[in-house]
Design a binder for this molecule. Structure first.
Ligand SMILES: Nc1ncnc2c1ncn2[C@@H]1O[C@H](COP(=O)(O)OP(=O)(O)O)[C@@H](O)[C@H]1O
Ligand SMILES: [Mg+2]
Length: 513
């Protein structure tokens, strides 16, 4: 599966052996009860962008931490330019030009950008020449496309800006090898594109980048090589051009994954959800602007758009959490403007909000209790039946939990999402006519994404009218029979999925149409 050594970009040969900038050889690292890295080999060539791909818990951060000197391996070795180094700390790693940008930033909030960058720099004397530091920070920022004000206070910066500070700090410290741990997790799509430009610039400047990610969709473009991990082991490694998402997904999940489009197999029925010229004005601004749409039984209508273009307000209007300032919303022929969630639910509308912990689940309640939480009051809940039902969802949706009695706050984000979906989709399957789901797979592992897509497809097959509001364009393209693009609260483009011009959709999302 590995490319021949000669084919590896940027590596050089010495005495017949290929020298890599950084390697892990048979690295094993245990935590109590967990084999986090199991005999892992990994090679990074100079000037290479090498992605470490794997689901949550696969062992990526552990390997990156071993490579930067934060953890010492229980067995195995780290090699720098072919020579073993026994890194005793990140500072020691830095002496070898290795720096890691952690998923959770390690900056001092009340310090400025420049102060954070130079923090811990032993070369600086007591008297720091502020101007020259600001200059250096600005120069690095400019060279690598990381715009930032050196004087800004870090506590006031966005996640994307803080990340730039971390990267600038690593470069300031002389890093030749940058380990970026899930750098896109907190970024909006335009920021991701910007980060990718920076990564490309770094590689062109001869630096090597280990790009850690669990997002299959984003890694193919940026990577010269992708190494996949699962359960602490490397399951495969593919070079640029050989990477196909289906194969990568299988390496990640360990089973076949079907990410191909799922569309309605039968003609749609009657209109179940209808919005007619629906608007919501807030502070004189139309955050939802004259939106009309229809969702029929047995179809999925997808609303695409860049985050912050009115998706949340639109969803809340449909779910009855807010009242429109204009227009009419009907569910199964009944006018429902601002009816409130309970009445909406009674009329057959189920809602899966994006903020699943805030408004979706009661974190201190068990899975079972969360499942029955939204049943109509007055109905006696049969606890035994509810327990059996919860068990069934746990199996069907592969929800990872010690028991159905576990509080949902103890579950990972992906598993909470599955509990919420199970409740909204299965538990009310006979009474639900309309299903409104917002970014249902955000932050989920690829195996869970497949499951959720299957569940939504099944809901459609059962004749539900599904409104899918998602910032993930791929998701909308995969599932929806009709696609609308929301921009600044208005529908600026709409098309049937079988007559779709993807370029037009992209332009509409950017507000160009
Ligand atoms: N400091 C730690 N203490 C105990 N267990 C840990 C620690 N760090 C990671 N683990 C465990 O090791 C495994 C791999 O974790 P990690 O390397 O963080 O995976 P990834 O970054 O791929 O999500 C997981 O089961 C995780 O719970
Ligand atoms: Mg991690």
């Amino acid at each position: 599966m590995n490319a021949s050594p000669e084919a590896v970009k940027g590596s050089h040969r010495s005495g017949g052996a290929t020298l890599f900038a950084l390697s892990a050889r048979s690295v094993t690292k245990r935590f109590p009860g967990v084999l986090a890295n199991d005999d892992v080999d990994f090679d990074l060539a100079a000037g290479e962008v090498h992605t470490l791909l794997g689901e949550n818990g696969a062992g990526k951060s552990t390997l990156a931490s071993v490579l930067c000197g934060l953890y010492r391996p229980d067995q195995g070795a780290v090699l720098r330019n072919g020579t073993q180094v026994r890194l005793s700390s990140p500072r020691h790693g830095l002496q070898h030009g290795i720096a890691m940008v952690h998923q959770h930033f390690r900056l001092v909030d009340r310090f400025s950008v420049a102060e954070n960058v130079v923090l811990g720099d032993k070369r600086l004397s007591f008297f720091i020449d502020q101007d020259s530091i600001n200059d250096r920070v600005s120069r690095i920022a400019e060279e690598f496309g990381l715009p930032i004000d050196p004087l800004a206070v870090v506590g006031e910066l966005s996640a994307g800006q803080r990340q730039r500070v971390e990267i600038i700090k690593a470069l300031y410290q002389g890093a030749e090898i940058l380990l970026l741990d899930e750098p896109t997790a907190l970024l909006a799509p335009p920021e991701v594109e910007k980060l990718f430009e920076t990564v490309r610039t770094m590689a062109k400047a001869g630096k090597s980048v280990v790009f850690v990610s669990h997002k299959l969709g984003e890694v193919v473009d940026i990577s010269d090589r992708i190494t996949v991990m699962r359960d602490g082991k490397v399951t495969g490694s593919v070079g640029r051009g050989e990477a196909d998402t289906r194969k990568l997904a299988e390496l990640m999940v360990g089973r076949e994954i079907d990410l191909s489009p799922r569309k309605a197999k039968a003609p749609a029925g009657g209109t179940m959800l209808k919005l007619h010229n629906v608007s919501l004005h807030r502070d004189g601004v139309a955050v939802v602007d004259n939106v009309s749409l229809e969702v029929r039984a047995g179809e999925i209508v997808g609303v695409a758009g860049v985050s912050g273009n009115g998706q949340r307000d639109l969803a809340e209007l449909v779910a009855g959490l807010q009242s429109p300032t204009g227009g009419v919303i009907t569910v199964d022929g009944r006018e429902m403007n601002g009816a409130g969630t309970r009445e909406m639910r009674a009329n057959g509308l189920a809602y899966v909000p994006e903020d699943r912990l805030g408004t979706g689940l009661s974190p201190s309640l068990s899975i079972i209790d969360n499942m029955v939480l939204t049943r109509p009051r007055g109905l006696l809940v049969d606890r035994k039946a509810a327990g059996a039902e919860a068990e069934r969802y746990i199996t069907e949706l592969e929800i990872k939990t010690p028991s159905p009695h576990t509080a949902t706050r103890k579950l990972s984000g992906g598993n909470s999402q599955k509990v919420l979906l199970a409740r909204e989709i299965f538990a009310q399957s006979d009474t639900t006519k309309v299903l409104v789901v917002c970014s249902p797979t955000r932050g989920l592992d690829v195996g869970a994404v497949e499951t959720v897509h299957k569940v939504l497809d099944e809901a459609r097959t059962k004749g539900k009218a599904v409104l899918l509001i998602s910032e993930d364009l791929d998701e909308v393209l995969t599932l929806a029979d009709k696609i609308l693009v929301l921009y600044r609260g208005a529908v600026v483009h709409s098309a049937d999925s079988n007559a779709l011009d993807i370029e037009k959709v992209g332009l509409a999302m950017a507000g160009i149409s």
